[in-house]
Design a protein around this ligand. Structure first.
Ligand SMILES: NC(=O)c1ccc[n+]([C@@H]2O[C@H](COP(=O)([O-])OP(=O)(O)OC[C@H]3O[C@@H](n4cnc5c(N)ncnc54)[C@H](OP(=O)(O)O)[C@@H]3O)[C@@H](O)[C@H]2O)c1
Length: 262
């Protein structure tokens, strides 16, 4: 256990995109970091954050697995986390029947199983200390059936819902739960999900630094949720009064393979 007076944050999926920017904000605000991702690129991110003057440990682990999450948790060495930013996740394009089931399951295991397992482990410690902040990266995708990204949108509907429920369960404690719900954001997400030939893959997207700032600020203020960006706020408001079949048809136009311009 360290006697370091700085606060301590665990950030998953910190090697790129929104998670990188979240971890950077934590470092800029004086949090020591334990960061994780599945690829060696996480070590480069760790070097970047160390240059901001905080202590950083990086773990390379597949957070879709219980073993990977356990390894991340153990790397904290018992140091209590002041903040957990559960952000790691990925998508998967194409029609469900055309997807490789192992890949589809990896989306569920990363976005749901590994995410909530880590939240349970770290959340129990926070509740015992009656103190802590949990930020979960959900998505506006959770508001609509995701034709040609069906499994992914389903995982984010789970996460958006889970986040509000956990927040309510902890309302009489010093632990806050915040759900960050980004819209399409300029990260490696679309390439990784094989969505580059789709309309959503090619459209102009939000800046991950802006999205992360919205999430970080909401977490620090203990807010329940934040939809990043006014267009996305409007879209989620409309989605709540639009029939699911209409939303699914809308999503088809965005995510069907070949729906992009080239
Ligand atoms: N981009 C968008 O439009 C958008 C919109 C709404 C919500 N989101 C959500 O935002 C979060 C971050 O995504 P992003 O857009 O920033 O994409 P990204 O640039 O691809 O970043 C994803 C991060 O998660 C990590 N990750 C993915 N699967 C993992 C696994 N099984 N184990 C460990 N690390 C894993 C990646 O590391 P490795 O590369 O090492 O696996 C990477 O650090 C995700 O939860 C995503 O669903 C994204």
């Amino acid at each position: 256990m360290t006697s370091n007076p700085r606060q301590f944050a665990i950030v998953t999926g910190a090697s790129s995109g929104i998670g990188y920017e979240l971890a950077k904000l934590c470092a800029e605000n004086g949090f020591d970091l334990l960061i994780a991702a599945d690829e060696p690129q996480i070590n480069q991110a760790a070097n970047d954050f160390r240059s901001l003057g905080v202590e950083v440990e990086a773990v390379e682990a597949d957070l879709a697995t219980i073993e990977g999450v356990d390894r991340l948790y153990e790397a904290a060495g018992g140091r209590p986390a002041d903040a957990l930013l559960a952000n790691a996740g990925h998508g998967l394009g194409h029609g469900f029947l055309d997807q490789d089931f192992t890949e589809a399951r990896h989306v569920i295991d990363t976005n749901i199983t590994g995410t909530i397992y880590l939240i349970q482990k770290v959340g129990r410690d926070m509740r015992a200390r009656d103190q802590g902040r949990i930020l979960i990266t959900g998505s506006v995708a959770g508001f609509m059936p995701g034709s040609f990204q069906a499994v992914y949108n389903g995982t984010k509907a789970f996460i958006d819902s889970f986040s509000f429920a956990l927040r309510n369960e902890l309302k009489d404690t010093g632990v806050t739960v915040t759900c960050l719900m980004p819209g399409p954001t300029e990260t490696e997400f679309f390439e990784r999900a094989d969505l580059l030939d789709t309309k959503v893959g090619q459209q102009k997207k939000d800046d991950p630094a802006d999205v992360a700032k919205d999430g970080f600020d909401a977490m620090m203020n203990g807010e329940g949720d934040v939809v990043s960006g006014w267009k996305n706020k409007l879209q989620t408001t409309l989605a709540s009064v639009t029939p699911a079949g209409v939303l699914a048809e809308y999503h088809r136009k965005l995510a069907e393979p070949g729906s992009g311009e080239d």
